[in-house]
Write a protein that binds this ligand. Structure first.
Ligand code: ADP
Ligand code: MG
Length: 561
């Protein structure tokens, strides 16, 4: 096949432009990205071979190799992993598939200036393309395990890339960076220095479970020197807490999550005994934009005895904790374990319960000890955590305890249900709430008038899931959760005879009018009644206590039900 030239997608081109012209100071992270891809490729091959022993692939010495050529000013990262087919190279390298990159681009479009754009590079893993921060040309040669022909991809990071078939290529992938001219002013960025490479690998990729080797440059006349392994390969989760620095944990987090920012919290957990495991979980500091999409990838990886088994392991945490990233390493599972088996395994279920409780207790600690961290957490993940109120009855109380809600009591400080109850007025039996699109629209709702006039606190619930959980949960500490937009609400309290009399009198007085309205609106409403809930507006529409609210009706309609 001849060499073919292809155009990058618009988005890829935009990203490449940014990489090429980047003045981002931390350019060296490109190496982490390439090593991370190589490590993934080795994991994938090992697994594929495990599943299919007939796969024609050599897995006897899986490793990563870094080669420097000072003369040619090239840096090559090579792995003997899964490799890519011709089609895969076009798909995976030619387009922007990864969701982190999609978020990156979205925020990039929103970033007003160049400084903002540079800042963003530091926050997202932009993967393979980050090589163009250091290189003016990249070449990738790859052969997929089991296939006979290889593929060469080249690009100068501009509008196009080329693809061609190559007859001879070793299994796996090698990526060669043709480094930009050296900056004599800044020796720090000399990626042809073995010292520099050692330092970068140590800093960002030490925990990679495959050996990262470098062959020192050959002195004249010498025989080829032995390669040097640059990383310790120690699984961070298996080391004791005081042996590992926060920075090391954070690098692992970045490797797993494709988030370049620091996590909000690192959680360690060890279980000994009949079912031994170690877990290292991370609570991110930012919700990913696709958290509420159907195919959102969960972030917990499963290892068995230090060997990577699967990404995105849904059996380890419930769906409402899908934002948690990390690693679980179990000692007593088969390397062949499948998702189906995991779903049914009793020990895995026990592990899931324990991890869940640990995450919830971590949030409780935020709340008790670090108001800022709690506020960040709840802003980012409150909406998804509340799904647990519907699905996890066992932990319902623990979730309620760490939940907080906007309230008429304060313009900016949310309240817990416990504090709401403390502030309830004498004679108030219920916890009042209203749901809607935004705080502003709710606060201007006529339903609020009487509550405002009487100074009764109302929770302002604006997340989609709110309408559903309030119904499912129903009450808190014996106090009913009541929507002020549903059913009849008697704010004056029961047994106030004067008020009752007054209302009866009014009902008689207005019977004619109400009857007339009822006839006129018969097709659209169930009932017309005099209300004590309004002080300024003349009328408002109210749902029956058991009706769906308008927003829920919309939600179900959108879901096609
Ligand atoms: P990400 O790693 O987040 O998916 P990248 O831009 O780093 O994004 O890589 C894009 C894709 O290209 C990877 O998901 C992988 O499928 C493929 N890829 C990159 N490097 C390699 C490699 N060394 N071996 C095999 N596949 C690779
Ligand atoms: Mg990557």
């Amino acid at each position: 096949m001849p060499t073919e030239t292809f155009e990058f997608q618009v988005e890829a081109r935009q990203l490449l432009q940014l990489m090429i012209h980047s003045v981002y100071s931390n350019k060296e992270v490109f190496l982490r990205e390439l090593l991370s891809n190589a490590s993934d490729a080795l994991d994938k091959l090992r697994l594929e071979k495990l599943r299919d022993d007939s796969l024609d692939a050599d897995v006897s010495d899986l490793h990563i190799e870094i080669d420097i050529d000072k003369e040619a000013r090239t840096l090559t990262v090579r792995d003997n992993g899964i490799g890519m087919s011709y089609e895969e190279v076009g798909q995976l390298i030619g387009t922007i598939a990864n969701s982190g990159t999609a978020t990156f681009l979205k925020e990039l479009r929103e970033a007003q200036d160049e400084a903002g754009a540079e800042g963003l590079i530091g926050q997202f893993g932009v993967g393979f393309y980050s090589g163009f921060m250091a290189a003016d040309e990249m070449t990738l040669v790859t052969r997929r395990a089991g296939e006979s022909q290889g593929t060469r991809w080249t690009s100068r990071g501009e509008a196009t890339y080329t693809l061609e078939t190559v007859a001879e290529a070793p299994q796996g992938t090698s990526v060669t960076l043709h480094l930009k001219p050296a900056d004599p002013e800044n020796q720090l960025h000399d990626y042809t220095s073995p010292w520099k490479i050692r330092e970068i690998v140590k800093r960002y990729s030490d925990f990679i479970t495959w050996p990262i080797r470098m062959v020192p440059e050959q002195a004249d006349g010498d025989s080829t020197p032995d390669p040097e392994t640059l990383n310790s390969m120690k699984a961070l989760w298996a080391r004791s807490r005081d042996e590992v620095s926060d920075d090391e944990y954070h690098e692992l987090y970045k490797h797993i999550s494709h988030d370049w920012r620091e996590p909000l919290e690192t959680i360690r957990l060890q279980a000994e005994g009949t079912f031994e495991y170690q877990a290292l979980l991370f609570v991110p500091a930012h919700a990913p934009h696709d958290l509420f999409t159907r195919d959102f990838k969960r972030g917990v990886q499963l290892y068995v005895k230090r060997v990577f088994i699967m990404d995105d392991c849904e059996a380890l945490l419930p769906p409402y904790l899908r934002f948690v990233k990390g690693v679980v390493d179990a000692q007593d599972l088969s390397l062949n374990v499948s998702r189906e088996i995991l779903q049914q395994d009793r020990h895995i279920r026990m592990m899931q319960r324990r991890l869940t409780k640990k995450v919830l207790s971590t949030v409780k600690d935020f709340m008790a000890k670090d108001a800022d961290r709690y506020a960040t957490f709840w802003r980012e993940f409150g909406p998804v955590l509340k799904e647990g109120l519907l699905t996890d009855t066992e932990n319902r109380e623990a979730i309620i305890a760490v939940a907080s809600f906007a309230t008429t009591h304060s313009d900016d400080e949310p309240t817990t249900l416990a504090r709401y109850v403390e502030r309830m007025k004498d004679g108030q039996d219920d916890i009042y709430y209203i749901t809607g699109e935004s705080r502003q629209s709710i606060e201007n709702s006529p339903h609020m008038e009487a509550f405002r006039a009487k100074g009764v606190e109302v929770l302002l619930l604006t997340d989609g899931v709110d309408e559903v959980w309030v119904d499912a949960v129903g009450e808190y500490e014996g106090k009913k959760l009541r929507s002020i937009a549903k059913g009849a609400i008697d704010l004056d309290g029961k047994g106030d005879e004067k008020a009752d009399e007054e209302r009866e009198k009014q009902a008689e007085e207005y019977a004619g009018l109400l009857g007339w309205m009822r006839e006129r609106l018969d097709d659209d409403i169930k009932e017309v009644r005099l209300s004590a809930r309004l002080t300024v507006s003349p009328a408002c529409v109210v749902s029956d206590a058991h009706d769906l609210t308008p927003a829920l009706e919309n939600m179900y309609r959108a879901m096609g039900q």
